[in-house]
Structure formats: C-alpha cells, structure tokens
Ligand binder design. Structure first.
Ligand code: FES
Length: 212
C-alpha cells in the first residue's frame, strides 16, 4: 500500500529548487533530482509546474521522469530499503531477506508503509555481486547481508523506537558481536514495521535467515 498525500500538495519547496538552475531544458534532470529528494517521488502537479517554468513540453518531462529508474511517479518512503534480487544475490538468500522485510513491515516488496517512512523494493543486480546478498539502505550498501544486518542498518537510518519489547511480542534469544539480541534491539526493530506475530519465527530466532 502506498502512502498518498492527504492534503493538496504544497508546491512551495519547488521555488528554491527552480531558483538554483537556469530556466531551460538543460536543467530538467537536475531539477527532477532535487524534486525527488524533496518529495521522495515526482508528484504530477510538480512535474506540470516544472514543464511550465523550464518551457519544456510536458511529454518530454514525463519521458525523462519515466526513463530513469532513480525517479518514481508514485509516493515513496522517506527511507528506502532495496534488496538486490539478481542471480548472485538470489542464490545467496536474497529471497529470505525480502520475506523478512515483508514480515516485519506487513507489506509486500514495492510498497511503502502507511506512514510514508519506508519503501521496500527489489532490483536486479546493483553491480556488487561479490558482496551478495546486497541490500541498500538509504544509499548505504550492506554486503553479505543478513536479516540482522539489515535490521541494524534500518535502525541506524530510522532511529530507535521507544516501544517496550514486551509490547512488541518479540523475544530475543540470540547475540552477536555488536550486542544485538538484546531487548533494546528487539524494541527498535518495530520502529519501522509492524510488530511481528509472536508465533512467527524471527530473524534472530529461527536460525534460517541470519547465519552470522
Ligand atoms: S546480483 Fe546482486 S549485486 Fe549483482
């Protein structure tokens, strides 16, 4: 499920973006990059305004917006977690990482959490096959990724939850070199997803997804 804006879009952030560049078509990609950074996607209203201000046909703006995978026409989360599902990563367990993230967030890969904080997505080969499986969290590569490493990377980007572990239904029975497996870690994991079903094996508890 994607988070849609509840109110009419505030276009105010567009003015300082446009002011950074010459008002012609050579600026289009740079403007779109800044728009994507500001809204985490390319809102239709903004694209139309950009076309007017840069004196570029809307058709060309949409062509560019859909040509580059970096750009999204649908709302994305403030944070992104991208799992590489290329062959090298797939055979090293990338599918289990996707399942872990889907279970934690309660949504399918490709969706954004209802609060608009996190998008989970998959891609094919990000060019770091030797590090597989690879997960990219807010642009940071996590090599030889495990569920626990991904949890930690997300936690670092999205912050800790104040929620108590007894509220989460998570039990922690594993440790690691950074002290994971503590109640604090169990608490923070739910910051970016729904509390897992207590009956559902967790990454730290089933021994399948996290081999570190
Ligand atoms: S298959 Fe994942 S980086 Fe190449």
């Amino acid at each position: 499920m994607s988070a849609l804006p509840a109110t009419p879009l505030d276009l105010a952030p567009l003015e300082p973006i446009l002011a950074r560049y010459p008002a012609d078509r050579r600026s289009l990609v740079m403007v779109l990059q800044d728009v994507q950074a500001a809204w985490h996607y390319l809102p239709r209203e903004v694209l139309n305004r950009v076309a007017e201000r840069l004196a570029v046909p809307r058709s060309h703006v949409y062509h560019v917006a859909t040509f580059y995978k970096h750009f999204s026409l649908t709302p994305r989360g403030a944070h992104t977690c991208t799992v590489c599902m290329g062959t090298a990563c797939h055979v090293r367990g990338a599918g289990l990482l996707v399942e872990h993230l889907e279970r934690r967030t309660g949504m399918k890969a490709g969706d954004t959490t209802p609060d608009g904080r996190l998008t989970v997505e998959t891609v094919n080969c990000v060019g770091a096959c030797a590090l597989g499986p690879v997960v990219i969290v807010d642009g940071q590569y996590v090599g030889s990724a495990t569920a626990r490493k991904v949890d930690r990377a997300l936690e670092a980007c999205m912050g800790h939850a104040e929620r108590k572990p007894e509220d989460s239904g998570i039990t922690s029975n594993g440790g690691d070199s950074l002290g994971a497996g503590t109640d604090r870690q169990a608490s923070s994991v739910v910051a970016w997803g729904r509390p897992p079903d207590p009956q559902t094996p967790t990454a730290s508890g089933d021994g399948k997804e996290d081999t570190e």
